[in-house]
Design a protein around this ligand. Structure first.
Ligand code: FMN
Length: 326
């Protein structure tokens, strides 16, 4: 039997497959179900910085003529949202043995940073920071925004007693430099990549509609390329690859590219928790058929530097394709 044990953010996981942050990890019952299916760790649904602000703003509107009541209610609402989340962490820790990773979706270094240490107190084993700052100012350049990211990570790491991973988007010019700075800010891991809600337009109804929420297998390629490159170019930071992993083959590819762990979401929404043992079993079978005793032996075997011609991860792959394309 191949050994799938994996170290991620200093935690010992029984295999490299993690359930990513989403509605799939919103209750203790679902987290238990995921553990029973064989998942090695769960990232809880994110607490949203906006969610806290929004709830507080609603109370502001309702209590506009009573500022004292508003101050009280705002404090209450903020505490209550967090309270529920901390209870989920606490209850989940009692119910399962796998690591529980708390998640916060944020874009500023404001009030929520005070909450960072509470996650550890509630029992979370690690914290995933889903960090995205919408670049909406003509006055700031890319570097200004990136500094904000690094500053937030630094502040959270300082306040947090548990390891921090940062979930990023691919909307950066130089991902290598960004991940290097995230590591320098104290993060132990990087999650690549976040998937965004993208608005769409129904041209018949002239209405805004939701675009596709779930990924397809084809979406994995961008994450595959950057896992392969970052795992070589930024040593010393764990990579958890998230996007487009829908089966064992997809997971194996990410591990070969250099991922420490692989996260799944869309496939579990679409096919159920029963896919988890399929993926883990598939990795195990493949390792067995190839003679890999442990997962460390295959990790990074096909990364940027490990393959004879690393340029296939760069532009030449694209050029080669089009030069033969008629
Ligand atoms: C319905 C849904 C809800 C999600 N909610 C969150 C969330 O709260 N926090 C977060 O960091 N990512 C969230 N994600 C993103 C997933 O964690 C994951 O990174 C993304 O879906 C890519 O992985 P996949 O291709 O396996 O779906 C959500 C994704 C979906 C589909």
């Amino acid at each position: 039997m191949a050994n799938l044990e994996t170290k991620y953010l200093g935690l010992t996981l029984k295999n490299p497959l993690i359930l990513s942050s989403s509605g799939l990890s919103v209750s203790v019952a679902k987290i238990k179900e995921a553990q029973e299916a064989g998942i090695s760790a769960v990232v809880l649904k994110s607490v949203f910085e906006e969610q806290i602000n929004f709830e507080a703003a609603n109370f502001q509107a309702k209590s506009a003529d009573n500022p004292e009541a508003f101050d009280y209610l705002q404090g209450y609402v903020t505490a209550n949202t967090i309270e529920k989340y901390l209870t989920l962490i606490h209850e989940a820790k009692k119910a399962v043995t796998i690591p529980i990773i708390a998640s916060i979706n944020c874009f500023s270094d404001k009030k929520w940073i005070d909450f960072a240490e509470k996650f550890a107190e509630a029992g979370a084993d690690a914290l995933e920071l889903n960090l995205y700052i919408m670049p909406d100012s003509r006055k700031k350049d890319a570097g200004d925004y990136e500094k904000e990211y690094f500053n937030i990570v630094k502040k959270v790491v300082k306040r947090s007693k548990i390891p921090v991973a940062v979930k990023i988007s691919h909307h950066f010019t130089n991902l290598i430099n960004v991940v290097d700075n995230i590591k320098a800010a104290g993060a132990k891991g990087v999650v690549m990549f976040n998937r965004f809600y993208e608005p769409d337009i129904d041209i018949n109804k002239l209405e805004m509609v939701n675009s596709h929420v779930f990924s397809s297998e084809a979406d994995a390629r961008f994450a595959l390329r950057w896992t392969a490159i970052i795992s070589d170019q930024v040593p010393g930071i764990d990579i958890s690859t998230s996007t487009g992993v829908h089966n064992a083959q997809g997971a194996i590819k990410m591990l070969l590219a250099g991922a420490t762990t692989v996260q799944v979401c869309s496939v579990v929404y679409q096919k159920g928790m029963g896919e988890i043992p399929q993926i883990i079993g598939g990795i195990e079978q493949w390792m067995h058929s190839r003679g890999f005793d442990n997962v460390g032996l295959l990790r990074g075997l096909m990364s940027y530097k490990s393959i004879p011609d690393s340029s296939v991860y760069q532009r030449s792959q694209f050029m080669k394709y089009f030069s033969n394309f008629e």
